[in-house]
Write a protein that binds this ligand. Structure first.
Ligand SMILES: C[S@@+](CC[C@H](N)C(=O)[O-])C[C@H]1O[C@@H](n2cnc3c(N)ncnc32)[C@H](O)[C@@H]1O
Length: 272
């Protein structure tokens, strides 16, 4: 339907790029479009609004994800300007404000993967938990205790709300703090540490190591510039070797997604 509505506005190549640049978050569509198409943003927005099921607001992303809170600027180009919605994934519901917190539906597979890797009874620390997505999805599947740290007060507020919405109050503990500081209070309690802050996680690797009991696993997210996925994986092995200060073994590295031209997001499972 969307293709039909836009076939006189966009050429085949532009249409393909638009499709890969739409994120659906609950009743909201978030799109990125190239500068050449900016004068057609209203037509594109309305076409999405009228042809994609359940969408009531279309936002154009007008900046990169930026700052400590990893949020992006969004401009409403069609529908109502209400950035609060409920997103459903893996049987969980997440209330969020797309303008005030980081969120990506593109990490869905990774969230399910970590939920299946967690062991019953694990103590987990999610150092950069946002609105609680990884933590809550794991807690729904496994009886783990998950400390969920985030520095953004809005993300923390939604994390508390989402823990309640998904009835995992006994398993997930949201903490509003800088991970550097929280780690010092929590101490060496974790079987597993999740580090979903790919741009900066290497700066926090010593904190993650400190959180682990004698043995444990770190899920280390990173961004790597490389010519292809294979090179990105090889570079990731070297990056980890440069930063690790304890003996470790990598049980796997996978490319989570392409985040730009020759820029990849990867996750490494590091056993310490
Ligand atoms: C890329 S987002 C990931 C959020 C969440 N895990 C998800 O996948 O939706 C990174 C998060 O780290 C938080 N953050 C950045 N620096 C931090 C710090 N020093 N301590 C704790 N949280 C931090 C940001 O506020 C943001 O919510």
């Amino acid at each position: 339907m969307l293709r039909k509505a836009l076939k006189h506005i966009l050429n085949e190549d532009e249409l393909k790029r638009l499709y890969s640049a739409i994120d659906i978050v609950g009743e909201i569509a978030i799109i990125k479009i190239s500068n050449e198409l900016l004068d057609k943003k209203q037509i594109i927005g309305n076409a999405i609004l009228n042809n994609v099921k359940h969408i009531r607001s279309v936002y154009l992303q007008t900046s990169a994800v930026k700052g400590v809170y990893r949020i992006r600027e969004l401009e409403c180009i069609a529908g109502i300007d209400n950035p609060i919605t409920i997103y459903k994934e893996h049987g969980c519901r997440f209330l969020l404000d797309v303008k005030r917190v980081y969120f990506s539906p593109r990490l869905s597979t990774e969230r399910a993967r970590l939920a299946s890797l967690a062991n019953e009874g694990d103590v987990i620390v999610n150092m950069f938990a946002g609105i609680g997505t990884f933590s809550i999805i794991i807690a729904k599947k496994k009886t783990c205790k998950i400390y969920s740290i985030d520095i953004n007060p809005d993300a923390h507020r939604y994390a508390i709300e989402n823990v309640r919405l998904n009835k995992v109050e006994d398993r997930v503990i949201p903490i509003l703090a800088d991970a550097h500081d929280a780690v010092r209070v929590l101490g060496s309690i974790a079987d597993r540490v999740i580090m979903p802050l790919p741009e900066y996680s290497k700066e926090f690797i010593d904190d993650a190591i400190l959180l682990l009991k004698e043995h444990g696993t770190i899920h280390y997210f990173t961004h790597i510039h490389a010519n292809n996925r294979e090179d990105a994986i090889n570079t990731c092995y070297r990056e980890i070797d440069n930063i690790m200060t304890r003996d470790y073994k990598i049980s796997g590295i996978r490319v989570v997604r392409d985040v730009g031209p020759r820029l990849y997001q990867l996750v490494a499972d590091i056993n310490v």
